[in-house]
Design a protein. Structure first.
Length: 153
């Protein structure tokens, strides 16, 4: 046999034998076999109750909580980022898809390690019952959506 046909035979044999070697010696699995136990990692405790008008944010060493009473939000922001953050502001989207920017006159930058509380006012259309989405900004940076705060009980 010349070298070229031997090479062809080796390639053909490799193409046939390599897919048959999967490295899995577990054998075939039977789809009818079920693992033991119920497989539940957590249990459903029912619906989660949320506090109307209260929103929280926690990410990248920034914490924030906003509490709306009528059309005024009291916002507390903690900065653990290692850098100064811009002044806090909020925007909201209400039930009819209208969006509003809150006003926080006099809000200033937040130094690293500092926690500040500011009041942000909105038009009368904004209330704990109408808010659908709250977005936190720090200076020109849109930080992200705040989550509704679950009740502890």
């Amino acid at each position: 046999m010349t070298p070229l046909p031997r090479l062809v035979v080796l390639i053909v044999l490799s193409a046939v034998l390599v897919p048959a070697c999967t490295g899995d010696d577990a054998g075939p699995t039977d789809p009818a076999v079920k693992p033991s136990g119920d497989g539940v990692v957590s249990r459903d405790t029912g619906d989660t109750e949320f506090i109307p008008g209260r929103f929280v944010y926690r990410f990248n060493d920034i914490t924030a909580q906003a509490t709306f009473e009528g059309s005024v939000a009291t916002v507390t922001v903690g900065n653990g980022t290692g850098a100064e953050l811009g002044p806090p502001s909020l925007s909201v989207v209400v039930a009819d898809d209208a969006s509003y920017e809150g006003l926080a006159p006099g809000a200033g930058a937040i130094a690293d390690g500092e926690e500040v509380t500011v009041e942000i006012t909105f038009p009368d259309a904004v209330s704990p019952q109408t808010i659908g989405l709250v977005v936190l900004s720090l200076g020109a940076d849109n930080i992200g959506a705040m989550a509704p705060a679950p009740s502890s009980g």
